[in-house]
Design a protein around this ligand. Structure first.
Ligand code: FAD
Ligand code: NAI
Length: 534
């Protein structure tokens, strides 16, 4: 009897889950055709950026309260936590991106999108300058060459006025001005970076494979160097190891055995934001199980076409006589990935300089508890372009987006109530005999509502859910904390399963969740595909 009921229960719950999934997919694929249009009585709200903070804001904002325009050079959302899996073909780039139009078309109110880069913000005139770049390609039918394609880059500069501006332009990779980095290294920050790394890996493997085994050039080409032992560098090193050992080894075993992956880190340890126990575990896995070469206490100072030059950072209290404090080592590379953290974008630095109260802040925009840019009116900022007490993570940016959506809703409601109250006061003063409105009662009710909204305004509070990182060889580390629970630090294969489950559930759309799972399934069956067709 028990078996009969448990089967029934399983069937019914599976059917229910499946119908819910179908509903979610249907809902996602159907735009809202009755969006509330823009109207001149509402404030113009401009959101800069289409990353974690801005998209979280857009998804949670009541877009009927403002005339919303989103400005970003990127017409899609990128799920960065899974970006390190793309260059090695574990995931397809399409699976971790979501077209902006699909997000915009599901909002309640009309949202305009401008594909452009903001180049300047004038906080006094409440104006932003935009630059949009488009390529106009046309078939050249001139007498010279009939088949020649001519493409013309059109740059358009224009201004846009705002009533309320939200800055969520993120950050760029910090090169610390180290010579050669910009010219020779690949980054892992944007969608396009992944295909650049992938092409570089393939190109160097192909070039090395035709050289004799004892050729030093072959050794150089097969040296893959990652600078920065933060989570970006370590996760990518883990993915690279998996590709080499799970896939390349089957097809080119000799090359796979010769490839050397090195992670260079200036500090004594990698993954410094994790618990010490997890750092030790990650270092043990990287060194002993994945044979990644960990080069800690090594500060890269220069990069040329073929080598990285680094200074060994010695503990000042622990230098023995034979050790040279300024010893420079040369590490040859075939592929170089630079992941040394965040630096601010030009637009952010320009805004900082335009506002005296920002005191030339070097590490990002200074904001108050409610995410107002200090020293400016009606400008909010969140995510990686700000400098706060929180780490520059997607988790923080996402929560700030939810907070700001709620805060902007309250501000809009306060504006509406203030307007209504001033209209009522004018009417009351005129004391028109033909209206039978009880002004005092109306004013009292609205004032009460206004006070409630004003009292509901509060600052942003961050709830840390923990940190996760993939370290290769189907292992991950997790530093978790839930509410009052003690921090739970785990590592290993079960944590890897948890890591995958957590990241799939964090994907912002059903489409992404399904595609990511399908990619993992595909790789499990057929291995990784590193063919650079893009
Ligand atoms: P972004 O998400 O970077 O978005 C910035 C947006 O602004 C982009 O759309 C960009 O095109 C746009 N933009 C840029 N310049 C302009 C301009 N001038 N005008 C208009 N728009 C502009 N965090 C975690 O919490 N967990 C993780 O596992 C994790 N993994 C990561 C893995 C990688 C490889 C990387 C690079 C980062 C990872 N992070 C992770 C950090 C996380 O991605 C960032 O903290 C987060 O993206 C910050 O969100 P944001 O909205 O501030 O900026
Ligand atoms: P990071 O700032 O966390 O780490 C960069 C590392 O590079 C540092 O350890 C630094 O000491 C090192 N470094 C800097 N200059 C160097 C040099 N010249 N030579 C050698 N080493 C040098 O940067 P990362 O990994 O790009 O992360 C950026 C942000 O994104 C962080 O806040 C991080 O928490 C977040 N993130 C989180 C992830 C996760 O939770 N799984 C994954 C990726 C990023």
């Amino acid at each position: 009897k028990f078996m009969k009921y448990s089967w029934k229960f399983t069937w019914i719950s599976s059917l229910f889950t499946l119908s819910y999934l179908v509903y979610l997919i249907y809902d996602e694929n159907n735009p809202n055709l009755k969006q509330v249009p823009h109207d001149k009585n509402k404030k113009n709200l401009i959101i800069l950026g289409s990353g974690w903070s801005s998209i979280s804001l857009l998804k949670n904002l009541d877009t009927t309260l403002y005339n919303v325009t989103i400005v970003s050079p990127r017409d899609f959302f990128l799920f960065t936590p899974l970006l390190p899996s793309v260059p090695t073909g574990t995931l397809d780039l399409n699976s971790i991106t979501e077209p902006l139009q699909q997000i915009i078309k599901r909002t309640k109110g009309q949202v305009n999108y401008i594909e452009a880069e903001a180049t300047n913000i004038d906080p006094v005139l409440k104006k932003i300058s935009l630059k949009s770049v488009s390529v106009n390609s046309s078939n050249n039918t001139s007498e010279k060459d009939e088949n020649e394609n001519e493409s013309e880059t059109i740059i358009k500069n224009y201004d846009l006025n705002y009533d309320v501006l939200v800055v969520g332009v993120g950050a760029k990779v910090n090169t610390f001005g180290i010579p050669g980095v910009q010219k020779y290294a690949c980054y892992l920050k944007e969608a396009s970076d992944s295909s650049k790394i992938r092409k570089n890996i393939l190109k160097t493997i192909e070039a090395a494979s035709i050289l004799p085994k004892d050729d030093p050039e072959r050794e150089r080409l097969l040296s893959m160097v990652i600078v920065g032992g933060g989570p970006t560098g370590v996760e990518f090193a883990g993915e690279l190891h998996d590709y080499i050992h799970d896939d390349l080894k089957k097809w080119m075993p000799q090359i796979a055995d010769e490839i050397k992956v090195t992670v260079i880190e200036a500090l004594p340890n990698i993954l410094n934001m994790f618990d010490k126990k997890l750092i030790d575990y990650a270092e043990h896995i990287l060194i002993d199980e994945t044979s990644i070469n960990l080069q800690t206490k090594t500060l890269v100072q220069n990069v040329d076409q073929s080598n990285v030059y680094a200074k060994l950072v010695t503990d000042k209290n622990n230098i023995n006589e034979n050790q040279n404090q300024n010893q420079i080592i040369k590490i040859p590379y075939g592929v170089l990935v630079w992941a040394t953290g965040n630096g601010q974008r030009e637009i952010t630095n320009n805004l900082i300089q335009a506002i005296p109260s920002q005191n030339n802040s070097k590490r990002g925009l200074l904001v108050d508890d409610c995410l107002n840019v200090i020293g400016a009116n009606d400008i909010f900022a969140f995510g990686d372009c700000t400098f706060t007490n929180y780490a520059p993570t997607a988790q923080v940016a996402y929560q700030q987006g939810i907070y700001l959506a709620d805060h902007l809703k309250s501000l809009a409601k306060i504006d509406i109530l203030n307007e209504k109250l001033s209209d009522l006061n004018i009417l009351k003063q005129k004391n028109l005999p033909e209206t039978n409105i009880n002004y005092n009662k109306e004013i009292k009710t609205l004032s009460k509502k206004l006070i409630n909204y004003q009292n509901s305004l509060h600052g942003f509070t961050y709830h840390h859910m923990g940190s996760l990182a993939y370290i290769g060889s189907d292992k991950a580390i997790a530093d978790l904390s839930w509410k009052d629970w003690q921090t739970i630090s785990t590592g290993g294969i079960m944590t890897f399963v948890f890591w995958r489950t957590a990241y799939v559930s964090m994907c912002l759309s059903m489409r992404n969740k399904v595609l990511v799972c399908l990619d993992w399934f595909k790789v499990g069956l057929f291995g990784r595909d590193l063919n650079p067709r893009d």
